[in-house]
Design a protein around this ligand. Structure first.
Ligand SMILES: *Cc1c(COP(=O)(O)O)cnc(C)c1O
Length: 232
């Protein structure tokens, strides 16, 4: 692995990631808490996908960055029912759809949109009280009802690993996620076209890519530690 501490600028880090990450895997720059001047650096380095986890924070930044018209905005945080309308207006992708009730509400409120929202279903394949999402069995049980949400463009599965897994366990969970997506595409009675795998963050993205990730969500490895921004 490269020595990231030697790379100082966002541009250098993006260039390094580009070399490491295959073309089939899209880099989502996770910009929660990141100031917009650094987001502009990421944009200048060629990134066009920004991931945010708070509606309010994102709204502010979207206003400041309104001149960057070809950015795709990805919502990656836990979405509350009362924020669904706003999320649909601000984001083209929602990676963190973590319950049937949320999917159904998105489907209801998507009626007024020009283009359907792109959706990833969030799975949680290991117990983790900090995280939301379906386990494999629950997801298969809800599949028929999800299939009826015709206004949503189902794209893939998303997962966030628990923090305490060993690398070999991380690999297994990523591979299980890929296998569930494959099963739902190919063998389910109500198949969904889940071709995207939104998995891999700064600490685990190489393993996620080996397991077939198509979208890595990278924050700290591009922008540095999040708590450093307050001093800037
Ligand atoms: C913060 C966050 C990331 C990015 O994490 P890093 O460790 O900074 O790469 C990715 N996905 C989600 C859902 C996040 O909340």
């Amino acid at each position: 692995m490269s020595d990231w501490s030697a790379l100082h600028s966002v541009a250098e880090r993006v260039a390094q990631l580009r070399q490491e990450i295959p073309d089939r895997t899209r880099i989502i720059a996770v910009t929660k808490t990141v100031p917009t001047h650094l987001m502009r650096e990421a944009y200048a380095a060629g990134l066009r996908d920004f991931g945010e986890s708070r509606i309010q924070e994102a709204a502010q930044k979207q206003q400041e960055l309104a001149d960057l018209t070809d950015v795709t905005w990805h919502f990656i945080g836990h979405l509350q029912q009362n924020k669904v309308k706003q999320a649909l207006l601000q984001f083209q992708w929602i990676h963190s759809v973590d319950s049937l009730a949320l999917a159904q509400r998105l489907n209801l409120l998507a009626a007024d949109l020009k283009s359907p929202p792109k959706i990833c279903l969030q799975v949680k394949l290991r117990d983790d009280p900090q995280k939301f999402g379906w386990n494999g069995k629950e997801l298969l049980k809800d599949l028929a009802a999800l299939y009826d949400c015709h206004r949503l463009e189902f794209k893939g599965l998303m997962t966030i690993l628990p923090i305490d897994l060993s690398p070999s366990e991380q690999r297994v969970v990523f591979e299980e996620t890929a296998a569930i997506a494959q099963h739902i595409r190919a063998h389910a009675i109500t198949p969904l076209p889940l071709t995207e795998l939104s998995m891999g963050m700064s600490d685990d993205y190489p393993l996620a890519i080996q397991a077939g990730s198509t979208m890595v969500r990278l924050g700290r490895i591009i922008f540095g530690e999040r708590n450093n921004f307050f001093s800037q």
